[in-house]
Design a protein around this ligand. Structure first.
Ligand code: AMP
Length: 460
């Protein structure tokens, strides 16, 4: 039995079965280091990136001491974005599957208030939310935090960046002092230390060696002067052919310029940045995660909370000034054990940033000449899948099985031709493989789903 076996932990009887069902074979480094402390009630200040397994770590700690027969809110997770809150709540629910009747509720901005009030009629055991909305519920007294045992601040650095520190302090004033406080942050600026001192009690500090991700990431830097950079990016994409690549720019403006340039050159790209409306943002995320778009151009802020499994490559179209941010960016590929590729493009004017990264990593990075990228035959860069939009969703009582059933009823298509199905309240998306897309569109447009016709559209 190795020290990273979950069986080394003393867990309530239901949890090992839930962990097994998720195929988590052994603990990730952050889990192995933090769980022994958290399970005995200690405060933890952890530096951990997305992809480190931090969510499962605090979820297990929280669920282990949950008294599900007590209908009071016992755990709260504060997150910077709605996407992150949704992912965190999903992970907690997955781990809580084997414990009867655990209610986990998300309370985020950008969502109607009324349904949240209705859900709060019976107190959830755990709430996960964004600062503004949580505070609003506390002020309206629709949420009570007087019985909180565990407080988690997730991506605390990002919440500070977004200006949430005052809201967070106000929320904490509603929580009893006698509690366990777990603070997770990807980077470690001085303010984090300061916040920790003001809200935690003798926290154990854990820094996960970035090796966990770095080991499985091949990192290469290509010299790419600004005027040639778009072309070199395209060569990179053609050479490595990642099925999904997240391309980072430092600013929203650069995202838009690059996005335009890629579209002009027929690269199947989308962009994600803070200015997008929720509908567009959701649609971009769906299309990237279901592999019908292979290139997503994003800023750091927009990419936060993005939980795309098996991200083949991260490309830095521009290097960031902050080496910690660089490590965080590239940590998005090669997650939880799979291999990743991180490519960075840099010009002479960015040499000092490159030096800062080398200094931070304590190693020289692998630099290559873009001429090495030329050897590859031109191949189509069309993504494997295509997304179809369906003008009906959960509120129409549509379920994933209904869409799958409609598509496969004539047996021309099988489950193997069909990818992810994402349901929203009023519409849905289904991914189908490119060769079957026209047929799938016909089947859904001509036929019926659950006996009803809905608007169907193929997205680019
Ligand atoms: P996080 O860092 O919380 O965003 O988690 C990254 C991903 O790793 C999530 O998709 C988790 O479901 C997954 N994960 C968490 N713990 C483990 C584990 N012990 N083994 C394998 N995968 C894990």
């Amino acid at each position: 039995m190795s020290s990273s076996d979950f069986s080394t932990l003393t867990l309530r009887v239901e949890l090992p079965a839930a962990i097994d069902s998720l195929d988590y074979e052994s603990m990730t480094p952050i889990q192995a280091q933090s769980l022994p402390v958290m399970l005995v009630g200690g405060d933890v200040l952890a530096q951990a990136n997305t992809g480190s397994g931090k969510t499962a770590a605090f979820a297990i700690a929280m669920l282990n001491k949950l008294e599900e027969r007590r209908y009071q809110t016992q755990g709260i997770v504060i997150c910077p974005t709605r996407e992150l809150a949704d992912q965190v709540a999903d992970e907690i629910r997955r781990l809580a599957r084997t414990i009867a009747n655990v209610k986990v509720l998300t309370l985020c901005g950008g969502k109607p208030f009324g349904p949240q009030l209705a859900s709060l009629q019976r107190a959830p055991h755990i709430v996960v939310g964004t600062p503004g909305r949580l505070l609003k519920h506390l002020e309206k007294e629709s949420l009570a935090l007087t019985n909180i045992e565990t407080l988690v601040l997730d991506e605390a650095d990002r919440m500070l960046d977004m200006g949430f520190s005052e809201d967070i302090s106000k929320i904490i004033s509603f929580i009893p002092d006698r509690r366990q406080t777990l603070l997770f942050s990807a980077t470690y600026p001085d303010e984090i230390e300061y916040i920790s001192k003001s809200i935690q009690l003798n926290p154990v500090t854990i820094k996960v060696d970035s090796d966990f991700s770095a080991n499985q990431i091949t990192q290469i830097f290509y010299k790419a002067p600004k005027p040639d950079r778009v072309q070199i990016l395209i060569q990179v994409l053609k050479f490595y052919q990642p099925e999904s690549a997240l391309v980072f720019c430092n600013t929203i403006e650069q995202c838009e310029v690059l996005f335009g340039e890629l579209i002009k050159r027929d690269v199947h790209a989308l962009t994600l940045h803070g200015d997008l409306e929720q509908f567009d943002r959701d649609q971009v995320l769906v299309r990237f995660s279901n592999r019908s778009t292979s290139v997503l151009v994003a800023t750091d802020v927009a990419a936060r909370g993005l939980d795309i499994k098996e991200l083949d490559a991260v490309v830095n179209f521009e290097i960031t000034r902050d080496p910690e941010v660089h490590v965080h960016r590239i940590g998005r590929t090669g997650r939880a054990g799979s291999e990743g590729l991180a490519i960075s493009l840099y010009g002479a004017e960015e040499t000092s940033r490159l030096n800062a990264i080398e200094h931070y990593l304590g190693a020289t990075v692998n630099k290559k000449n873009p001429s090495e990228l030329r050897s590859v035959v031109k191949e189509s860069m069309l993504p494997k899948m295509v997304t179809l939009f369906i003008g009906a969703g959960r509120k129409d009582k549509l379920r994933a099985g209904d869409v799958l059933g409609a598509l496969t009823s004539s047996s021309e298509l099988t489950g193997a031709n069909i990818g992810k199905i994402n349901l929203f309240d009023k519409f849905s998306y289904v991914a189908v493989d490119r060769q079957s897309a026209d047929r799938a569109l016909e089947i859904l447009s001509d036929g019926k789903i659950k006996g009803r016709s809905f608007r169907i559209k193929r997205l680019r």
